[in-house]
Design a protein around this ligand. Sequence first.
Ligand code: GTP
Length: 448
Amino acid sequence: MIFEGLSEKLQNTLSKLKSKGKLTEKDVKEAMREVKLALLEADVNFKVVKDFIKRVSDRAVGDEVMESLTPGQHVIKIVNEELTALMGSSQSKLTFSSKPPTIYMMVGLQGSGKTTTCGKLAKHLKKQQKSPLLVACDIYRPAAIQQLKTVGGQVDVPVFSMGDGTSPVHISKAAVEHANRQGLDTVIIDTAGRLHIDELLMEELQQIKAAVKPQEILLVVDSMTGQDAVNVAEQFHEQIGIDGVILTKLDGDTRGGAALSVRAVTQKPIKFAGIGEKIDEFEPFHPDRMASRILGMGDMLSLIEKAQSNIDLKKAQELEKKMRTQQFTFDDFLDQLQQMKNMGPLSQVLQMIPGMGGKQLKNLEVDDRELVHIEAIIQSMTREERSNPGLINGSRRKRIAIGSGTSIQQVNKLLKQFEQTRKMMKQFMDMEKGMKKGGRFKMPFPGM
Ligand SMILES: Nc1nc2c(ncn2[C@@H]2O[C@H](COP(=O)(O)OP(=O)(O)OP(=O)(O)O)[C@@H](O)[C@H]2O)c(=O)[nH]1
Protein backbone atom coordinates (compact mmCIF):
# COMPACT_ATOMS: atom_id res chain seq x y z
CA MET A 1 0.00 0.00 0.00
CA ILE A 2 1.20 3.50 -0.83
CA PHE A 3 3.43 4.98 1.86
CA GLU A 4 2.22 2.49 4.43
CA GLY A 5 5.26 2.61 6.73
CA LEU A 6 5.74 6.35 6.40
CA SER A 7 2.07 7.03 7.00
CA GLU A 8 2.00 4.97 10.13
CA LYS A 9 5.11 6.58 11.61
CA LEU A 10 4.07 10.12 10.80
CA GLN A 11 0.59 9.55 12.13
CA ASN A 12 1.96 8.08 15.35
CA THR A 13 4.33 10.97 15.87
CA LEU A 14 1.82 13.65 15.04
CA SER A 15 -1.03 12.13 17.00
CA LYS A 16 1.11 12.52 20.11
CA LEU A 17 1.08 16.26 19.45
CA LYS A 18 -2.57 16.52 18.52
CA SER A 19 -3.89 16.15 22.02
CA LYS A 20 -1.48 18.60 23.59
CA GLY A 21 -2.94 21.94 24.52
CA LYS A 22 0.46 23.54 24.70
CA LEU A 23 3.65 22.65 22.88
CA THR A 24 7.10 23.27 24.22
CA GLU A 25 10.09 23.74 21.97
CA LYS A 26 11.25 20.34 23.18
CA ASP A 27 7.99 18.72 22.00
CA VAL A 28 8.43 20.17 18.53
CA LYS A 29 12.10 19.22 18.39
CA GLU A 30 11.35 15.65 19.42
CA ALA A 31 8.52 15.35 16.90
CA MET A 32 10.70 16.73 14.12
CA ARG A 33 13.41 14.22 14.96
CA GLU A 34 10.88 11.43 14.52
CA VAL A 35 9.49 12.92 11.31
CA LYS A 36 13.03 13.17 9.97
CA LEU A 37 13.75 9.52 10.72
CA ALA A 38 10.46 8.45 9.17
CA LEU A 39 11.25 10.34 5.97
CA LEU A 40 14.78 8.98 5.76
CA GLU A 41 13.49 5.46 6.28
CA ALA A 42 11.01 6.07 3.49
CA ASP A 43 14.05 6.65 1.29
CA VAL A 44 13.51 10.36 0.79
CA ASN A 45 16.57 12.19 -0.46
CA PHE A 46 18.71 13.40 2.47
CA LYS A 47 18.92 17.00 1.35
CA VAL A 48 15.20 17.12 0.73
CA VAL A 49 14.57 15.84 4.27
CA LYS A 50 16.91 18.39 5.77
CA ASP A 51 15.25 21.32 4.01
CA PHE A 52 11.80 19.98 4.83
CA ILE A 53 12.50 19.67 8.54
CA LYS A 54 13.99 23.13 8.63
CA ARG A 55 10.96 24.68 6.96
CA VAL A 56 8.49 22.87 9.20
CA SER A 57 10.45 23.70 12.38
CA ASP A 58 10.79 27.38 11.45
CA ARG A 59 7.09 27.65 10.77
CA ALA A 60 6.07 25.64 13.83
CA VAL A 61 7.86 28.14 16.00
CA GLY A 62 7.31 31.29 13.94
CA ASP A 63 3.78 31.04 12.53
CA GLU A 64 0.91 32.36 14.52
CA VAL A 65 -1.39 29.57 15.68
CA MET A 66 -4.89 29.94 14.29
CA GLU A 67 -7.49 30.38 16.97
CA SER A 68 -9.45 27.38 15.86
CA LEU A 69 -6.49 25.03 16.20
CA THR A 70 -4.56 23.60 19.10
CA PRO A 71 -0.78 24.01 18.79
CA GLY A 72 -0.58 20.28 17.97
CA GLN A 73 -3.10 20.55 15.17
CA HIS A 74 -1.21 23.58 13.95
CA VAL A 75 1.97 21.54 13.51
CA ILE A 76 0.04 18.86 11.65
CA LYS A 77 -1.37 21.53 9.36
CA ILE A 78 2.14 22.79 8.64
CA VAL A 79 3.45 19.27 7.94
CA ASN A 80 0.51 18.71 5.61
CA GLU A 81 1.14 21.96 3.75
CA GLU A 82 4.87 21.37 3.47
CA LEU A 83 4.39 17.78 2.25
CA THR A 84 2.04 19.16 -0.39
CA ALA A 85 4.54 21.81 -1.41
CA LEU A 86 7.27 19.19 -1.60
CA MET A 87 5.28 17.27 -4.16
CA GLY A 88 4.50 20.36 -6.21
CA SER A 89 1.65 22.23 -4.48
CA SER A 90 -1.03 21.89 -7.12
CA GLN A 91 -1.89 19.38 -9.80
CA SER A 92 0.15 19.87 -12.94
CA LYS A 93 -1.94 19.14 -15.99
CA LEU A 94 -0.80 18.01 -19.41
CA THR A 95 -0.41 20.81 -21.91
CA PHE A 96 -1.63 20.64 -25.48
CA SER A 97 -0.09 22.17 -28.54
CA SER A 98 -2.08 24.89 -30.28
CA LYS A 99 -1.40 23.16 -33.58
CA PRO A 100 -2.30 19.45 -33.42
CA PRO A 101 -1.11 16.83 -33.16
CA THR A 102 0.25 17.27 -29.66
CA ILE A 103 3.25 15.00 -29.27
CA TYR A 104 4.17 13.34 -25.98
CA MET A 105 7.49 11.55 -25.90
CA MET A 106 7.65 8.88 -23.22
CA VAL A 107 11.10 8.06 -21.87
CA GLY A 108 12.43 5.90 -19.06
CA LEU A 109 14.50 2.90 -18.14
CA GLN A 110 13.60 -0.66 -19.09
CA GLY A 111 10.95 -2.13 -16.88
CA SER A 112 9.82 1.21 -15.48
CA GLY A 113 6.37 0.54 -16.90
CA LYS A 114 6.73 2.81 -19.92
CA THR A 115 4.82 0.73 -22.46
CA THR A 116 1.95 0.05 -20.05
CA THR A 117 1.86 3.75 -19.16
CA CYS A 118 1.63 4.73 -22.85
CA GLY A 119 -1.61 2.72 -22.98
CA LYS A 120 -2.88 4.24 -19.75
CA LEU A 121 -2.16 7.74 -21.00
CA ALA A 122 -3.89 6.98 -24.31
CA LYS A 123 -6.98 5.87 -22.43
CA HIS A 124 -6.86 8.98 -20.24
CA LEU A 125 -6.68 11.17 -23.37
CA LYS A 126 -9.54 9.31 -24.97
CA LYS A 127 -11.67 10.09 -21.93
CA GLN A 128 -10.91 13.74 -22.66
CA GLN A 129 -12.33 13.30 -26.16
CA LYS A 130 -8.89 13.16 -27.81
CA SER A 131 -7.92 10.76 -30.59
CA PRO A 132 -4.48 9.44 -29.75
CA LEU A 133 -1.97 7.47 -31.79
CA LEU A 134 0.54 5.19 -30.10
CA VAL A 135 3.95 4.94 -31.76
CA ALA A 136 6.27 1.96 -31.36
CA CYS A 137 9.82 3.32 -31.29
CA ASP A 138 11.38 0.66 -29.06
CA ILE A 139 12.94 -1.42 -31.83
CA TYR A 140 15.49 -3.12 -29.58
CA ARG A 141 13.52 -5.12 -27.01
CA PRO A 142 12.14 -8.01 -29.02
CA ALA A 143 8.63 -8.05 -27.55
CA ALA A 144 8.17 -4.29 -27.14
CA ILE A 145 6.35 -3.60 -30.43
CA GLN A 146 3.93 -6.47 -29.89
CA GLN A 147 3.36 -5.36 -26.29
CA LEU A 148 2.41 -1.87 -27.44
CA LYS A 149 0.06 -3.34 -30.04
CA THR A 150 -1.60 -5.43 -27.33
CA VAL A 151 -1.95 -2.40 -25.05
CA GLY A 152 -3.31 -0.36 -27.98
CA GLY A 153 -5.87 -3.10 -28.64
CA GLN A 154 -6.97 -3.02 -25.00
CA VAL A 155 -7.71 0.69 -25.10
CA ASP A 156 -8.86 0.72 -28.69
CA VAL A 157 -6.19 3.14 -29.89
CA PRO A 158 -4.30 2.69 -33.18
CA VAL A 159 -0.61 1.77 -32.97
CA PHE A 160 1.87 3.03 -35.56
CA SER A 161 4.78 0.69 -36.16
CA MET A 162 7.35 0.15 -38.89
CA GLY A 163 8.82 -3.01 -37.39
CA ASP A 164 12.33 -3.14 -35.99
CA GLY A 165 14.27 -2.43 -39.19
CA THR A 166 13.74 1.34 -39.34
CA SER A 167 15.36 3.96 -37.13
CA PRO A 168 13.25 5.36 -34.26
CA VAL A 169 13.84 8.90 -35.56
CA HIS A 170 12.37 7.95 -38.91
CA ILE A 171 9.47 6.06 -37.30
CA SER A 172 8.54 9.00 -35.09
CA LYS A 173 8.57 11.45 -38.01
CA ALA A 174 6.48 9.11 -40.15
CA ALA A 175 4.06 8.63 -37.26
CA VAL A 176 3.45 12.36 -36.93
CA GLU A 177 2.73 12.57 -40.67
CA HIS A 178 0.40 9.61 -40.31
CA ALA A 179 -1.44 11.30 -37.43
CA ASN A 180 -1.82 14.44 -39.54
CA ARG A 181 -3.25 12.50 -42.44
CA GLN A 182 -5.63 10.55 -40.21
CA GLY A 183 -6.76 13.59 -38.21
CA LEU A 184 -5.42 12.13 -34.94
CA ASP A 185 -4.79 14.93 -32.46
CA THR A 186 -2.35 13.38 -29.99
CA VAL A 187 0.73 11.23 -30.54
CA ILE A 188 2.33 9.16 -27.79
CA ILE A 189 5.80 7.92 -28.63
CA ASP A 190 6.99 4.83 -26.77
CA THR A 191 10.78 5.08 -26.87
CA ALA A 192 13.33 2.41 -26.01
CA GLY A 193 14.51 1.80 -22.49
CA ARG A 194 17.82 0.47 -21.26
CA LEU A 195 18.79 -1.15 -18.02
CA HIS A 196 21.00 1.83 -17.25
CA ILE A 197 21.35 5.25 -18.72
CA ASP A 198 23.86 5.10 -21.55
CA GLU A 199 25.17 7.48 -24.16
CA LEU A 200 23.60 5.73 -27.13
CA LEU A 201 20.14 5.85 -25.58
CA MET A 202 20.46 9.52 -24.72
CA GLU A 203 21.69 10.33 -28.21
CA GLU A 204 18.75 8.55 -29.77
CA LEU A 205 16.29 10.33 -27.51
CA GLN A 206 17.87 13.70 -28.34
CA GLN A 207 17.53 12.93 -32.04
CA ILE A 208 13.86 12.02 -31.69
CA LYS A 209 13.29 15.17 -29.67
CA ALA A 210 14.95 17.30 -32.38
CA ALA A 211 13.01 15.54 -35.14
CA VAL A 212 9.46 15.81 -33.76
CA LYS A 213 9.74 18.65 -31.20
CA PRO A 214 7.43 17.07 -28.64
CA GLN A 215 5.09 19.23 -26.61
CA GLU A 216 6.14 17.31 -23.51
CA ILE A 217 8.80 14.76 -22.67
CA LEU A 218 7.37 12.61 -19.90
CA LEU A 219 9.72 10.51 -17.84
CA VAL A 220 8.29 7.26 -16.53
CA VAL A 221 9.94 6.14 -13.29
CA ASP A 222 9.36 3.14 -11.10
CA SER A 223 8.62 4.45 -7.61
CA MET A 224 9.67 1.13 -6.08
CA THR A 225 13.29 2.00 -6.89
CA GLY A 226 13.25 4.90 -4.41
CA GLN A 227 16.40 7.00 -4.52
CA ASP A 228 17.47 5.41 -7.79
CA ALA A 229 14.31 6.73 -9.41
CA VAL A 230 15.32 10.21 -8.34
CA ASN A 231 18.86 9.80 -9.71
CA VAL A 232 17.46 8.54 -12.99
CA ALA A 233 15.15 11.53 -13.19
CA GLU A 234 17.99 13.92 -12.51
CA GLN A 235 20.14 12.42 -15.26
CA PHE A 236 17.38 12.28 -17.84
CA HIS A 237 16.54 15.87 -17.08
CA GLU A 238 20.14 17.00 -17.39
CA GLN A 239 20.67 15.22 -20.68
CA ILE A 240 17.43 15.60 -22.60
CA GLY A 241 15.27 17.92 -20.52
CA ILE A 242 11.98 16.55 -19.22
CA ASP A 243 8.68 18.31 -18.72
CA GLY A 244 7.05 16.02 -16.22
CA VAL A 245 7.28 12.73 -14.40
CA ILE A 246 4.91 9.77 -14.29
CA LEU A 247 5.46 7.65 -11.21
CA THR A 248 4.52 4.01 -11.67
CA LYS A 249 3.90 1.22 -9.18
CA LEU A 250 2.74 3.50 -6.39
CA ASP A 251 0.49 0.60 -5.46
CA GLY A 252 3.46 -1.59 -4.65
CA ASP A 253 5.37 -1.86 -1.45
CA THR A 254 6.93 1.50 -2.06
CA ARG A 255 8.31 3.50 0.78
CA GLY A 256 7.41 6.72 -0.95
CA GLY A 257 10.86 8.26 -1.25
CA ALA A 258 10.61 8.80 -4.99
CA ALA A 259 7.26 10.54 -4.82
CA LEU A 260 8.49 12.84 -2.11
CA SER A 261 11.87 13.77 -3.61
CA VAL A 262 11.58 13.70 -7.37
CA ARG A 263 9.90 17.08 -7.66
CA ALA A 264 12.26 18.80 -5.25
CA VAL A 265 15.34 17.40 -6.98
CA THR A 266 14.33 17.94 -10.63
CA GLN A 267 11.93 20.86 -10.18
CA LYS A 268 9.69 19.03 -12.64
CA PRO A 269 6.14 18.10 -11.65
CA ILE A 270 4.75 14.63 -11.15
CA LYS A 271 1.84 14.57 -13.56
CA PHE A 272 0.39 11.10 -13.12
CA ALA A 273 0.67 8.05 -10.91
CA GLY A 274 0.37 4.42 -11.94
CA ILE A 275 -1.38 2.53 -9.17
CA GLY A 276 -1.65 -0.98 -10.59
CA GLU A 277 -0.99 -3.14 -13.59
CA LYS A 278 -4.43 -2.68 -15.11
CA ILE A 279 -5.00 0.01 -17.73
CA ASP A 280 -7.47 1.86 -15.52
CA GLU A 281 -5.12 2.00 -12.56
CA PHE A 282 -3.77 5.41 -13.39
CA GLU A 283 -4.62 8.82 -11.99
CA PRO A 284 -3.61 12.46 -12.19
CA PHE A 285 -1.22 13.23 -9.37
CA HIS A 286 -2.62 15.65 -6.80
CA PRO A 287 0.09 16.69 -4.30
CA ASP A 288 -2.45 17.93 -1.75
CA ARG A 289 -4.49 14.77 -1.81
CA MET A 290 -1.37 12.62 -1.65
CA ALA A 291 -0.17 14.53 1.41
CA SER A 292 -3.51 14.03 3.15
CA ARG A 293 -3.38 10.35 2.30
CA ILE A 294 0.09 10.09 3.84
CA LEU A 295 -1.13 11.78 6.99
CA GLY A 296 -4.19 9.54 7.16
CA MET A 297 -6.54 12.41 6.51
CA GLY A 298 -8.05 10.46 3.68
CA ASP A 299 -8.69 11.59 0.18
CA MET A 300 -12.38 12.18 -0.11
CA LEU A 301 -12.00 14.26 -3.26
CA SER A 302 -10.38 11.47 -5.27
CA LEU A 303 -12.99 9.09 -3.95
CA ILE A 304 -15.83 11.36 -4.99
CA GLU A 305 -14.26 11.85 -8.41
CA LYS A 306 -13.86 8.13 -8.83
CA ALA A 307 -17.45 7.60 -7.82
CA GLN A 308 -18.61 10.29 -10.19
CA SER A 309 -16.80 8.86 -13.18
CA ASN A 310 -17.79 5.27 -12.48
CA ILE A 311 -21.27 5.52 -11.11
CA ASP A 312 -24.14 5.91 -13.45
CA LEU A 313 -26.05 9.01 -12.32
CA LYS A 314 -29.40 7.86 -13.64
CA LYS A 315 -29.04 4.56 -11.87
CA ALA A 316 -28.04 6.38 -8.69
CA GLN A 317 -31.23 8.44 -8.85
CA GLU A 318 -33.37 5.36 -9.41
CA LEU A 319 -31.63 3.73 -6.53
CA GLU A 320 -32.30 6.65 -4.28
CA LYS A 321 -35.98 6.41 -5.11
CA LYS A 322 -35.97 2.71 -4.32
CA MET A 323 -34.27 3.35 -1.01
CA ARG A 324 -36.88 5.89 -0.08
CA THR A 325 -39.70 3.51 -0.86
CA GLN A 326 -37.88 0.52 0.59
CA GLN A 327 -37.92 -1.35 -2.71
CA PHE A 328 -34.20 -1.99 -2.67
CA THR A 329 -33.58 -5.56 -3.85
CA PHE A 330 -30.67 -7.94 -4.22
CA ASP A 331 -30.52 -6.99 -7.90
CA ASP A 332 -29.81 -3.42 -6.88
CA PHE A 333 -27.30 -4.65 -4.35
CA LEU A 334 -25.50 -6.60 -7.08
CA ASP A 335 -25.54 -3.59 -9.34
CA GLN A 336 -23.98 -1.48 -6.61
CA LEU A 337 -21.31 -4.06 -6.00
CA GLN A 338 -20.41 -4.10 -9.66
CA GLN A 339 -20.19 -0.33 -9.83
CA MET A 340 -18.06 -0.31 -6.74
CA LYS A 341 -15.74 -2.88 -8.26
CA ASN A 342 -15.23 -0.54 -11.23
CA MET A 343 -13.71 1.92 -8.80
CA GLY A 344 -10.76 -0.39 -8.19
CA PRO A 345 -9.69 -2.77 -5.43
CA LEU A 346 -11.68 -2.22 -2.25
CA SER A 347 -8.58 -1.62 -0.15
CA GLN A 348 -7.58 1.29 -2.41
CA VAL A 349 -11.04 2.79 -2.31
CA LEU A 350 -11.22 2.52 1.47
CA GLN A 351 -7.78 4.04 1.88
CA MET A 352 -9.13 7.31 0.57
CA ILE A 353 -11.63 7.63 3.39
CA PRO A 354 -10.37 9.80 6.26
CA GLY A 355 -9.20 7.71 9.19
CA MET A 356 -8.98 4.57 7.08
CA GLY A 357 -5.20 4.56 6.63
CA GLY A 358 -2.72 1.94 7.80
CA LYS A 359 -3.81 0.12 10.93
CA GLN A 360 -7.55 0.61 10.61
CA LEU A 361 -7.45 -0.91 7.15
CA LYS A 362 -5.48 -3.89 8.37
CA ASN A 363 -8.04 -4.52 11.11
CA LEU A 364 -10.83 -4.45 8.58
CA GLU A 365 -9.20 -7.15 6.47
CA VAL A 366 -10.92 -5.93 3.35
CA ASP A 367 -10.92 -8.74 0.94
CA ASP A 368 -11.96 -8.42 -2.66
CA ARG A 369 -12.55 -12.17 -2.72
CA GLU A 370 -15.42 -11.72 -0.35
CA LEU A 371 -17.08 -9.52 -2.94
CA VAL A 372 -16.74 -12.37 -5.43
CA HIS A 373 -18.53 -14.70 -3.00
CA ILE A 374 -21.31 -12.20 -2.44
CA GLU A 375 -21.73 -11.81 -6.16
CA ALA A 376 -21.90 -15.58 -6.63
CA ILE A 377 -24.50 -15.94 -3.87
CA ILE A 378 -26.77 -13.28 -5.37
CA GLN A 379 -26.35 -14.73 -8.82
CA SER A 380 -27.50 -18.12 -7.51
CA MET A 381 -30.81 -16.66 -6.34
CA THR A 382 -33.89 -16.78 -8.53
CA ARG A 383 -35.43 -13.56 -9.75
CA GLU A 384 -38.23 -13.81 -7.17
CA GLU A 385 -35.78 -14.42 -4.38
CA ARG A 386 -33.74 -11.38 -5.33
CA SER A 387 -36.69 -9.06 -5.21
CA ASN A 388 -38.29 -10.71 -2.20
CA PRO A 389 -35.58 -12.09 0.11
CA GLY A 390 -38.28 -13.06 2.62
CA LEU A 391 -38.90 -16.11 0.44
CA ILE A 392 -35.48 -17.56 1.11
CA ASN A 393 -36.18 -20.36 3.59
CA GLY A 394 -33.89 -23.14 4.79
CA SER A 395 -33.99 -25.34 1.71
CA ARG A 396 -33.56 -22.37 -0.59
CA ARG A 397 -30.53 -21.26 1.42
CA LYS A 398 -29.01 -24.69 0.97
CA ARG A 399 -29.61 -24.61 -2.78
CA ILE A 400 -28.09 -21.13 -3.07
CA ALA A 401 -25.02 -22.19 -1.08
CA ILE A 402 -24.44 -25.18 -3.33
CA GLY A 403 -25.09 -23.15 -6.47
CA SER A 404 -22.61 -20.46 -5.50
CA GLY A 405 -19.94 -22.75 -4.12
CA THR A 406 -20.23 -21.13 -0.68
CA SER A 407 -21.59 -22.33 2.66
CA ILE A 408 -25.01 -21.89 4.28
CA GLN A 409 -23.31 -19.72 6.91
CA GLN A 410 -22.06 -17.38 4.19
CA VAL A 411 -25.55 -17.19 2.68
CA ASN A 412 -27.06 -16.51 6.10
CA LYS A 413 -24.50 -13.83 6.77
CA LEU A 414 -25.27 -12.05 3.52
CA LEU A 415 -29.02 -12.21 4.09
CA LYS A 416 -28.53 -10.71 7.51
CA GLN A 417 -26.24 -7.98 6.20
CA PHE A 418 -28.70 -7.20 3.45
CA GLU A 419 -31.54 -6.80 5.91
CA GLN A 420 -29.39 -4.54 8.10
CA THR A 421 -28.35 -2.46 5.10
CA ARG A 422 -31.97 -2.05 4.10
CA LYS A 423 -32.88 -0.90 7.56
CA MET A 424 -29.91 1.41 7.74
CA MET A 425 -30.80 2.97 4.44
CA LYS A 426 -34.31 3.58 5.58
CA GLN A 427 -32.99 5.34 8.68
CA PHE A 428 -30.49 7.27 6.63
CA MET A 429 -33.16 8.38 4.21
CA ASP A 430 -35.53 9.37 7.02
CA MET A 431 -32.72 11.30 8.62
CA GLU A 432 -31.97 13.08 5.38
CA LYS A 433 -35.58 13.95 4.87
CA GLY A 434 -35.53 15.68 8.21
CA MET A 435 -32.45 17.69 7.33
CA LYS A 436 -32.66 20.94 5.48
CA LYS A 437 -32.22 20.76 1.74
CA GLY A 438 -28.78 21.54 0.35
CA GLY A 439 -26.11 20.36 -2.06
CA ARG A 440 -24.99 17.30 -0.19
CA PHE A 441 -22.92 14.44 -1.56
CA LYS A 442 -25.20 11.42 -1.51
CA MET A 443 -23.69 8.13 -0.42
CA PRO A 444 -23.39 6.26 -3.72
CA PHE A 445 -23.41 2.75 -2.33
CA PRO A 446 -24.87 0.91 0.60
CA GLY A 447 -23.15 0.45 3.88
CA MET A 448 -20.61 3.25 3.49
N1 GTP B 1 1.93 -2.82 -9.90
C1 GTP B 1 2.15 -2.05 -10.96
N2 GTP B 1 2.77 -2.58 -12.02
C2 GTP B 1 2.98 -1.80 -13.09
C3 GTP B 1 2.55 -0.44 -13.14
N3 GTP B 1 2.91 0.05 -14.34
C4 GTP B 1 3.52 -0.93 -15.02
N4 GTP B 1 3.57 -2.07 -14.28
C5 GTP B 1 4.18 -3.38 -14.61
O1 GTP B 1 5.57 -3.21 -14.77
C6 GTP B 1 6.08 -4.16 -15.69
C7 GTP B 1 6.94 -3.45 -16.73
O2 GTP B 1 6.11 -2.66 -17.53
P1 GTP B 1 6.40 -2.38 -19.07
O3 GTP B 1 5.35 -1.46 -19.51
O4 GTP B 1 6.63 -3.61 -19.81
O5 GTP B 1 7.78 -1.65 -18.92
P2 GTP B 1 8.63 -0.81 -19.96
O6 GTP B 1 9.20 0.30 -19.19
O7 GTP B 1 7.84 -0.52 -21.18
O8 GTP B 1 9.79 -1.73 -20.36
P3 GTP B 1 10.73 -1.51 -21.61
O9 GTP B 1 9.83 -1.54 -22.82
O10 GTP B 1 11.60 -2.70 -21.52
O11 GTP B 1 11.43 -0.24 -21.46
C8 GTP B 1 4.88 -4.85 -16.29
O12 GTP B 1 4.73 -6.09 -15.63
C9 GTP B 1 3.71 -3.93 -15.93
O13 GTP B 1 2.50 -4.62 -15.81
C10 GTP B 1 1.89 0.11 -11.96
O14 GTP B 1 1.51 1.27 -11.88
N5 GTP B 1 1.72 -0.76 -10.92
